[in-house]
Design a protein around this ligand. Structure first.
Ligand code: FES
Length: 161
């Protein structure tokens, strides 16, 4: 059986993608793990990588996009160095998370789902973060910050470069 050959380029990103796809291309059910590994390399799924995946897995590009857009874990756009998750669950809402959101939107110019132009922050409001006792809660990357006022939330963000 003839195997699909990957185009070789000197770009390190291309070489990394080739390595990832070489590892997964003949395995059943490998589409999602391949996408996960590509995303962990780039921080998101670039269009060109999706095309390579479709070609190597011999799938229509629309199917690869279908999978990537179905699962919340995948991101199709570059994300900031710091992911800001503000809880909008009931306990946090009651204790003022909407005011924190307003402050972040106003001061950082960020709407939910957006990334700052300097790639410093991506803002992702979420449902319950599982720390309701500390409401209102905001996570920055893996750090949890609780019992925040809007001003404190901004001060927290200032510590992340
Ligand atoms: S509602 Fe915000 S942590 Fe649970």
């Amino acid at each position: 059986m003839e195997q699909t050959k990957l185009a070789v380029s000197e770009a390190p990103e291309k070489i990394e993608i080739e390595k990832i796809l070489e590892k997964y291309k003949l395995k059943k059910g490998a589409l999602i793990p391949a996408l996960q590994e590509i995303q962990s390399y780039y921080g998101y799924l670039p269009e060109k990588a999706m095309e390579d995946v479709a070609r190597i897995f011999n799938l229509p590009l629309t199917q690869v996009y279908g999978v990537a857009t179905f699962y919340a874990q995948f991101h199709l756009k570059p994300r900031g160095r710091n992911i800001v998750r503000l809880c909008m669950g009931t306990a946090c809402h009651v204790r003022g998370s909407a005011l924190i959101m307003e402050k972040i939107e106003k001061e950082l110019g960020l709407r939910p789902g957006q990334t700052t132009s300097d790639m410093r922050f991506t803002f992702e409001p979420v449902a319950c973060l599982g720390a309701c006792g500390q409401a209102p809660v905001m996570m920055v990357n893996d750090d949890t910050h609780g019992r925040l006022t809007p001003v404190e939330a901004l001060s927290v963000l200032e510590t992340y470069k």
